[in-house]
Design a protein around this ligand. Sequence first.
Ligand code: KG4
Ligand code: ZN
Length: 338
Amino acid sequence: MIIMAVESSCDETAVALVKDGRTVLTDCIASQVDLHKIYGGVVPEIASRKHIEAIYGLAEQALSNAGLQRSDIDAVAVTYAPGLIGAVLVGVNFAKAVAMALNVPLIPVHHIRGHIAANYLAYPELEPPFACLVVSGGHTTLIDVKDYTKMEILGTTLDDAAGECFDKVARVLDMPYPGGASLDKRAQQGKEGRYPMPRARAGENPLDMSFSGLKTAAINLIHNARQKGEEIVVEDLCADFSAAVSDTLVPRAMALLKKTGYRKLAVAGGVAANSRIRRDILTAAEKLGAKVYMPPLKLCGDNGAMIGAQAYYEYLAGNVADMTLNAYATKSILGEAL
Ligand code: KG4
Ligand code: ZN
């Protein structure tokens, strides 16, 4: 089954063709990052307009890359939530038009389920159930992936997402948007210990997390130093900050493994590209005798292929939509009725 998958929830327009949920025939992405950089973050209205400009050409390019015709498309899938509402709407409307024109099923995919499914592309042998740590720009969640379309959230951030925290601190350090990757690079050149950062405990549930205190601590430290005219060793600060994020995430991911009893841990989302977190997860999971699944860097960020992967399993579970499908800025990953 060949699925055309459309993703437009934030600042990348993406169209992929994926076969049977596991094989990427092509994955076309038009990034808008350079455009939003000027403003230090994504400007929703600009994002929507750029998606409109890019989406049709990307779909044509995808077919031509894969050497396929429109008639080879068996279904069209789209991120319908969560994301910037205007941006998500562009993808949803485009996918509806394709579904109607080609008379093929329309499959709505939750963006975060897509991130998790990036692992199915990278690891053909991976099948649920498994434990999953989702760390993206907007989500930081610990999930029991019971089946391809059945999940339970066992822990979550009570305030900021890890990616948001990386981006805010990077911005205060004058790194270009989105700062997570730049901060990671600088951290790799730094030494830990000069700038001790807090590790917050959040609430009753030991699997819940909090990042706003850490973010504020890092930003205050930078502002205080600047006010006093003190120089900051940026690399060292980035190293200490990354260590604190990792120390918040990794023990909880291990606790998730223990709680679920699974020996498989998948990591998903843009922040799964972070070198420190990847390293710490591998070390900690090895101690527990658990296998770790982490998408290659190009599948960690937003892409269409991951949407096509999840869409296949949504289709098998009967989760298809009609022309009344709407876009949603927020929606639980648990998959309540559309
Ligand atoms: O999953 P994603 O592409 O978008 C959402 O669905 O939110 O994640 C984007 C986030 C951004 O916050 C970005 O700064 C962060 O992932 N990111 C990183 C790294 N690469 C991307 N954060 C830390 N270290 C990285 N290497
Ligand atoms: Zn994403």
